[in-house]
Design a binder for this molecule. Structure first.
Ligand code: PLP
Length: 383
């Protein structure tokens, strides 16, 4: 390699340089109007994001964790209720359930897609089960038709965790408007990311949206009349203005992510690693490009030394988190999730990668796997 590379996991500075003028103008506009709280940009972003998700309503909130919690609360989930949650996700998919006083009940995932295994739902349901949280993990939709069917049969509510899947499609439909409500995160590194925290709840139910608007704003429908006790979980106007600019680029960015994922799949086909699989009914938006390897830490170290950042999503399954010790789960409860947690590795993935960078990642990854394979052998020879 004559060129030298330094590939971050996500490069937000590079993205900013492509939209700098529009972003700077949007920020200046908010500052000049000083409508920092629930300003026009919040309402306009909500309209535009709902339309983008092919749903009726979007309500901007302060982050994705809040969006999940508030969606559950607005749907009436609370103490005494059980909620089905995949064991392989970000912690918030489950902790939001606990925050409303309900109990997460974990479900193992599919070994190929890492998405909630719908064949396990019937086994995990209890007389107290009131809802399911399918997580569209890594940017690919969970299998929503059987999930919605199961929910109808058992009278359950469905809250999509779409925090990693802005723009993803399932059988042609955008995620977000398929369940009873959906939570999105605009954490900076997400496919649609703010310059700080942000989130939204998307729903087709106008009454739920109205309840959420009161709930996020200290329980006020009109100023200084509090119809309920509630917290302040508003989306900043500044973030909404930034998100409006970025939303216009989201489809283009997602298409580039798909292009790089396709190229990686092609270049790594003979690598021996398990590669991401897109189910035929899905349009994947590759928030993360997750492979599975043996000798993961050796592979990660090898790539780090060659200036390629990697991540693990997630190294410790939710049911084994110290914070959930009280729920009484143990190693062995969810074998697919636990096995994956030891092998999964996320390679750099963002729209602004270049083709030569993607080829460098693939080449170094293949070399890393070869070294990873050789290492245990060398150790046993030395011993
Ligand atoms: C990012 C994320 C969240 C939480 O979003 P925050 O904005 O960080 O609170 C929830 N669920 C999943 C699957 C996520 O990736």
């Amino acid at each position: 390699m004559s060129q030298s590379f330094d590939i971050k996991f996500v490069d937000l500075e590079r993205q900013y340089q492509t939209i700098k003028e529009e972003i700077d103008a949007a920020i200046a506009d908010v500052i000049s109007r000083t409508n920092f709280i629930l300003g026009d940009h919040v309402h306009l972003f909500e309209k535009e994001f709902a339309a983008y998700c092919e749903a009726a309503e979007a309500v901007g909130v302060d982050n994705g964790t809040s969006a999940l919690e508030m969606a559950l609360r607005a749907l009436g989930i609370g103490p005494g209720d059980d909620v089905l949650v995949p064991a392989n996700s970000f912690m918030a998919s489950a902790s939001a359930v606990s925050f409303v006083g309900a109990k997460p009940v974990f479900v193992d995932v599919d070994p190929v897609t890492h998405l909630i295994d719908v064949t396990q739902l019937a086994r995990r349901i209890t007389p107290r089960t009131r809802a399911i949280i399918p997580v569209h993990l890594y940017g690919q939709a969970a299998d929503m038709d059987p999930i919605m069917e199961f929910a109808r049969e058992h009278n359950l509510l469905v809250v999509e965790d779409a925090c990693q899947a802005h723009g993803a499609r399932y059988k042609g439909r955008r995620v977000g408007g398929i369940g009873h409500a959906a939570a999105f995160s605009f954490y900076p590194g997400k496919n649609l990311g703010a310059y700080g925290d942000g989130g939204a709840v998307v729903t087709n139910d106008a009454a739920v949206a109205e309840a959420l608007r009161v709930m996020r704003n200290c329980g006020q429908r009109e100023k200084y009349t509090h119809v309920m006790l509630s917290y302040n979980r508003r989306l900043d106007t500044l973030q909404a203005a930034i998100l409006r600019v970025k939303l216009r680029y989201l489809d283009q960015w997602n298409a580039l992510r798909r292009q790089w994922a396709g190229l990686l799949n092609e270049l790594l086909a003979d690598s021996g690693a398990a590669l991401p699989v897109t189910r035929p009914e899905n349009e994947h938006v590759f928030h993360l490009y997750v492979v599975q390897v043996e000798e993961r830490s050796a592979v990660q170290e090898f790539l780090k030394q060659r200036n390629i950042a990697t991540g693990i999503h997630y190294p410790l399954p939710i049911h084994l988190q110290p914070a959930y010790a009280e729920l009484g789960y143990k190693q062995g409860d969810f074998p697919v999730t636990e096995a994956a947690a030891k092998r999964i590795l996320s390679l750099p993935m963002f729209a602004e990668l270049t083709e030569s960078e993607v080829r460098y990642i693939a080449e170094m990854f293949k070399a890393a796997i070869a070294v990873g394979r050789a290492e245990p052998l060398m150790q046993s020879v030395g011993a």
